[in-house]
Design a binder for this molecule. Structure first.
Ligand SMILES: Nc1ccn([C@@H]2O[C@H](COP(=O)(O)OP(=O)(O)OP(=O)(O)O)[C@@H](O)[C@H]2O)c(=O)n1
Ligand SMILES: C[C@](O)(CO)[C@H](O)COP(=O)(O)O
Length: 237
């Protein structure tokens, strides 16, 4: 391509995939954590409200556990009961469903965590803007703010330089075909070591782009996270 030739615009569509089949065992709640009420609405409804407010998203697909007894349909959201035993398997099954529905492999998929209910539409837009022109895709992430220790037997083994270390968040945005192929390759090994979409893409030899997000986009994981999440939601409403 000559330097004068304008790059062709990326007209591929963006789809959101929300794996929601986890047990939330670390949350210590009677209900699965994605249904725990925050300001009177199930946690996952806050996540969905943020995703549905992103104009650039063509569709939102939720992947539920096959035996989920708590889900209630949400207008504009497709839900499939194809969740798996791990997050990676739930994502893989969701990607299979998108492909079976005829979504082209060149379209983008933004995979988010149901448990990251504080994501904002502008953070998702920033990811889309940064990744649309990227050959690989990328993820929201946070530069490590604290000193990092490696542990052995409950004691510090060493201090690890925090420069160039980031905490991976979601959404993570990749081409449907490339993410599907990367997860398919990891499937034979039971998705071992695949804790996010980027780790699957990295195994296929590529380097996802890091897009700086905000600390407020944390994953509700432990009991005290609900209090913090509710306080942040209240401060926004
Ligand atoms: N088999 C699984 C496991 C996790 N997830 C989803 O992956 C996201 C991130 O996982 P996390 O919330 O940390 O995992 P959980 O399994 O829900 O929680 P825990 O590890 O505490 O049991 C969540 O939206 C969760 O619903 C999923 O779809 N399928
Ligand atoms: C995808 C993720 O949220 C990125 O930080 C994280 O890896 C999910 O991990 P979990 O083991 O399912 O909590």
């Amino acid at each position: 391509m000559s330097p004068d030739t304008p790059a062709s615009p990326d007209t591929a569509l963006c789809h959101a995939l929300l794996p929601t089949a986890g047990s939330g065992s670390r949350a210590g709640t009677a209900l699965p954590k994605q249904y725990q009420p925050l300001l009177g609405r199930p946690l996952v409804q806050h996540t969905l409200a943020a995703l549905r407010a992103v104009p650039g998203l063509q569709r939102v697909l939720v992947v539920l556990a096959p035996d989920d007894a708590h889900w209630t349909d949400v207008p504009g959201v497709d839900a499939l009961r194809c969740g798996g035993a791990t997050r990676a398997e739930s994502v893989f099954n969701g990607l299979e469903a998108l492909r079976a529905a005829g979504v082209p492999d060149t379209d983008w998929v933004l995979v988010h965590d149901a448990a990251r209910c504080l994501v904002t539409p502008d953070e998702v837009n920033a990811l889309i803007d940064a990744c649309r022109g990227d050959a690989v895709g990328g993820l929201l992430a946070l530069p490590l703010p604290d000193t990092l220790k490696a542990e052995a037997g409950g004691r510090v083994q060493q201090t690890i330089a925090r420069e160039h270390k980031w905490l991976a968040q979601t959404p993570q945005m990749f081409r449907l075909g490339e993410l599907h192929a990367a997860l398919a390759a990891a499937r034979a090994g039971g998705f071992a070591g695949i804790t996010d979409e980027a780790s699957a893409i990295e195994r296929s030899g590529r380097q996802p782009r890091l897009v700086e997000g905000r600390a407020s986009n944390f994953k509700v994981t432990y009991p005290h996270d609900f209090t913090l999440a509710e306080a942040i939601l209240r401060s926004r409403s």
